[in-house]
Ligand binder design. Structure first.
Ligand SMILES: [Zn+2]
Length: 398
């Protein structure tokens, strides 16, 4: 897929009203027809049938209006290898206002990430710094933690302190391939580092890139995790996932969830499997975050964008309000940013998504080409940040 930007009709407005939409704000429990008045980039009023002299009316009748959607796992180091994608493609170009890179940068690349990715994006771009100095520069199939020299706690601490405003945690590839001969030692080092820096760990499970490696048992990984840490790829079909060979959740998974470890979808090229998802959901283990694991290689399918991933969860049985909650207030909590993200409030900067819920049948496809019939689609209409209303980029969604 190329990174080319198509013609979009983004517009700036100092004074506008989103009129006639259904506002779903899980943070405040609002669900109903409400207009939103935005002036000088700030929410000035929320209410039924608002009138404001001189304000431009943006008609969002028949649309869903939500706090700015948050995609908590992507690969955004645009130009890095085969994966790094322009943050605005899965961000404001997909109706999403906040995107989070999951470990493309190790400590030595954080300044580059900040200056060239976060600063140049129209979307808010946050970052999980990779535990490995190599980060994503070698691609996912390499043993990036298999040599003890590849983790440099001092440098990570310094880089994090210099970039606290964008850093939300530490990313670890807990695969046999990545850990190699170091086995679980990098997890112990990550635990210590997370405690020192008061940052959560974001842990990739599922042996999808290194199939000949001995997979790490998820129970061994979970021993190192605490409340607020995140396991991503919860619906992976690959070795190292949440289910035992009989399709039952490993007991350690339930214990970890009970103690506050969070679970993220992380769709990606490999790690959303509908059969696995059904088995896990039937056992009442539910996601805390919904994310695309979006990158250059899955924009054209099977991932497309966050609204499509949310619609896949709806096809698996979740209600619209539940997936909105996951992608807004729950995602903000997962990032420890619930004080600034995930809500629409008078006096706060405008950070809003507008979506269309389409009642139509379509075939949802997972990472293994498994399909389920979906009856509702979610399509981005606008992403709004401050004074700018962004239209989505075209993509051939199903
Ligand atoms: Zn990923």
């Amino acid at each position: 897929m190329d990174n080319e930007r198509k013609e979009k009709m983004d517009r700036q407005s100092k004074n506008f009203i989103l009129k006639g939409g259904r506002l779903i704000d899980s943070a405040s429990g609002l669900d109903g027809q409400q207009d939103i008045h935005v002036r000088d980039g700030v929410v000035e009023a929320i209410g039924a049938d608002l009138k404001a002299e001189g304000a431009t009316v943006v008609d969002v009748k028949d649309c869903i209006v939500t706090p700015g959607l948050i995609d908590v796992h992507l690969h955004l180091m645009n130009g890095l290898g085969a994966f790094g994608v322009d943050p605005d493609i899965f961000g404001v170009g997909s109706g999403v206002t906040t995107v989070v890179d999951a470990g493309s940068a190790g400590h030595s690349l954080l300044t580059v990430f900040r200056n060239y990715i976060t600063r140049n994006a129209k979307t808010r771009v946050l970052n999980y710094v990779n535990l490995s100095t190599l980060g994503g520069v070698t691609g996912p199939g390499y043993s990036i933690l298999a040599d003890p020299r590849l983790i440099d706690e001092d440098k990570i601490e310094k880089a994090v302190e210099a970039n606290r405003d964008i850093i939300v945690g530490i990313k670890i590839m807990a695969t046999g391939g990545a850990l190699g001969a170091e086995a679980l030692k990098p997890l112990a080092r990550a635990r210590k580092l997370g405690d020192n820096l008061k940052l959560p760990l974001l842990v990739h499970i599922g042996e999808s890139w290194t199939k000949d490696a001995t997979p790490v048992h998820v129970g061994d990984v979970l021993k190192y995790l605490r409340a607020g840490d995140i396991v991503t790829h919860m619906f992976t079909v690959h070795p190292g996932g949440l289910l035992d060979p009989n399709g039952t959740l490993w007991p350690q998974v339930r214990d970890a969830k009970g103690s506050g470890v969070l679970m993220d979808v992380g769709h990606g090229l490999h790690n959303l499997n509908f059969d696995v998802a059904r088995k896990i959901l039937d056992q009442e283990l539910f996601p805390d975050g919904v994310s695309t694991d979006g990158h250059r290689g899955n924009r054209a399918g099977p991932v497309y964008d966050l609204p499509t991933t949310m619609a896949k969860l709806m096809a698996l049985g979740f209600a619209l309000n539940q997936v909105v909650e996951m992608a807004t207030v729950n995602a903000a909590k997962l990032l420890n940013r619930a004080d600034e993200l995930g809500f629409i409030r008078v006096g706060s900067p405008a950070d809003i998504s507008v979506l269309r819920l389409e009642e139509r049948e379509w075939k949802a496809v997972d990472s293994q080409k498994g399909t389920i019939r979906a009856r509702q689609a979610l399509v981005p209409v606008y992403a709004i940040r401050n004074e700018t209303i962004y239209e989505p980029l075209p993509v051939d969604r199903p």
